[in-house]
Design a protein around this ligand. Structure first.
Ligand code: MSK
Length: 547
């Protein structure tokens, strides 16, 4: 993304600056003097400074200063402020090499430092710069599930995590020349639809429909209606290769880092982004006549959704057009209409019935007046069962949450984007703390994080940056550290004394909801807030929670 920003500053690759306001705000934060500089000059300097942070060897990562003062002081005291993004990754690799760091607590501290370099570094930079390049999302309507694929149109599925190419595919698919080509091949139009987090990126900014989440990538192909699936990095099942052999579907890899034997590779380079986007759209169009109508079976499954919430636009929604402020949210928590807020994020896991843990946990928390923010495959799970519609407030939320959603016109579950956009949850917490009335650190807030069906390694990094930021973090499937009682006890108990956050492992989503609610109520009591106005803890009181 940083490289794409640099290309935008040089007018190359088809990239442009689409949110100049955010560009200027970030430039100031990164210490760049505007001095009448043009947007392209600011973009070049910003790209240079962001790029430097990856290789930075000394000092502190700039963006940690967004956190409350008390939190930054704590990180400094513990010696876990990241020095540079790549530096921490390299050091953790060294410490875990044979015969180096033999103190598990010492390794885990470095693990937290590395995780903070992700959440408050790499992830945060990616989200912010994607907003600059591809524009900041706004609430947008779209639809989700296999039914978004169309029998009479070209179906091009984008899958993976990098929006840089997919942005260009979406742009190319909307060019009149491409539509003409599609018509010439007998198709009524071109559907670009997404899987996994590329889907979330395209949804947030363009309203591109979502085919499904991680465990649905094979099912999309089994519809027999996908003319081309283009993949980049992460969460791409190797089995796709043999599956496409059963249909006409063309599978295309694009990243030099992620190839599959025997699969067509159209290498993506940022410099030629728009040309590559066009080539991929042309290939999908050319493959449409090869579709076998006898093999097409698109389930009649499609749900409406609203996505596109960010730290900045939630501000306006809650405070109204003329009084942009988190005050109404804080007041709702203080007076007990809202019990708290929980971020439910992360993958599907083949060990769990698809979406079951996400949906069960989300519904339990909603009926207990907990506002949900969501990202990644969790967001797609909730979307499929209709929880991302404003009407869901009437169907699933407790009376306090319902009241707020009704007044503001938002769904009770706010979709904030892809996995990388979990950094938006951090910046939202910053706003809540700085609005006042709920303490002066994240660890005091009645909030929690959860990844009920996680499976990707990066969920471990994301979980650890939440914990190291002072937030209770629930994982539905345990870390592969359960064999060590000492490590287990450290990350589920002792670490709380250090950083104010800890892990909760609980595979049963109903019990997990009970544990999270208990935590929110404890935080409320510590802040001396009124008890929740409408809903006592209705879930399984007295059931022991935590594996
Ligand atoms: S795509 S990392 S399965 S959320 Fe981000 Fe979904 Fe997890 Fe991949």
């Amino acid at each position: 993304v940083v490289q794409a920003l640099r290309l935008a500053s040089e007018g190359r690759g088809g990239f442009t600056i689409q949110d100049p306001f955010k560009l200027k705000r970030l430039a100031l934060e990164f210490g760049i003097k505007p001095d009448g500089k043009s947007n392209t000059e600011l973009a070049r300097e910003l790209a240079d400074r962001a790029s430097y942070m990856f290789g930075q060897q000394e000092g502190e990562l700039l963006l940690i200063n967004r956190a409350p003062k008390k939190r930054v002081e704590l990180w400094r005291k513990l010696g876990i402020v990241p020095r540079g993004i790549d530096r921490e990754v390299v050091e953790v690799m060294h410490r875990t090499t044979m015969g180096v760091d033999n103190d598990y607590q010492n390794i885990l501290r470095q693990g937290m430092r590395t995780a903070l370099a992700d959440g408050w570094g790499g992830s945060m930079i990616a989200t912010d710069l994607q907003d600059v390049l591809f524009r900041s999302p706004k609430p947008i309507r779209s639809s989700v599930n296999l039914g978004v694929l169309k029998r009479d149109q070209i179906n091009l599925v984008v899958h993976g995590h990098e929006p840089v190419l997919s942005e260009m595919i979406v742009a190319a698919s909307r060019e009149p020349e491409m539509l003409k080509l599609a018509n010439e091949k007998g198709a009524k139009g071109i559907v670009v639809a997404g899987i996994c987090c590329t889907a979330n990126e395209m949804l947030m900014r363009h309203g591109v429909p979502v085919v499904g989440n991680f465990l649905q990538q094979e099912l999309a192909l089994v519809t027999g209606a996908v003319d081309l699936m283009v993949v980049d990095v992460q969460c791409v099942m190797p089995g796709l290769r043999s599956l496409v052999g059963c249909f006409h579907t063309q599978l295309v890899t694009t990243s030099p880092k992620a190839r599959m034997p025997g699969v067509e590779h159209v290498e993506f380079h940022e410099e030629h982004a728009i040309e590559t986007g066009r080539e991929i759209v042309r290939r999908a169009i050319a493959n449409f006549p090869n579709r076998d109508p006898g093999k097409v079976n698109i389930p009649d499954a499609e749900s409406d959704l609203v996505a596109g919430f960010t730290t900045e636009n939630t501000f306006h929604f809650l405070g109204g057009r003329y009084r942009a402020s988190y005050r109404p949210l804080n007041d709702a928590i203080i007076d007990g209409r809202l019990r708290g807020a929980v971020g439910i994020v992360g993958c599907n896991n083949p060990n769990i019935m698809q979406d079951w843990a996400h949906i069960t946990l989300t519904k339990e928390l909603l009926r207990n007046d907990v506002l949900i923010v969501t990202s990644g495959c969790a967001a797609i799970a909730d979307a499929k069962c209709g929880l991302l519609r404003p009407e869901a407030a009437f169907e699933s939320a407790g009376p306090g949450l319902r009241e707020i959603c009704e007044a503001v016109g938002i769904p009770p579950v706010l979709h904030i984007g892809a996995c990388v956009d979990n950094s938006r949850i951090l910046t939202t917490l910053i706003e809540i703390v700085s609005e006042g009335g709920l303490g002066d650190d994240f660890s005091q807030l009645p909030v929690a994080g959860s990844a009920p069906e996680w499976m990707s390694e990066k969920a471990v990094a994301i979980g650890f940056y939440c914990v190291a930021s002072g937030v209770l973090t629930h994982f539905g499937t345990p870390h592969p550290v359960m064999g060590s009682p000492a490590v287990h006890q450290f990350i589920t108990e002792e670490v709380e004394k250090l950083v104010g956050g800890k892990f909760l492992f609980e595979p049963d989503p109903v019990k997990a909801a009970a544990g999270i609610i208990e935590h929110l109520d404890r935080k409320r009591a510590e802040l001396k807030l009124a008890p929740p106005m409408y809903t006592p803890n209705k879930v399984l009181q007295g059931v022991p929670v935590g594996v």
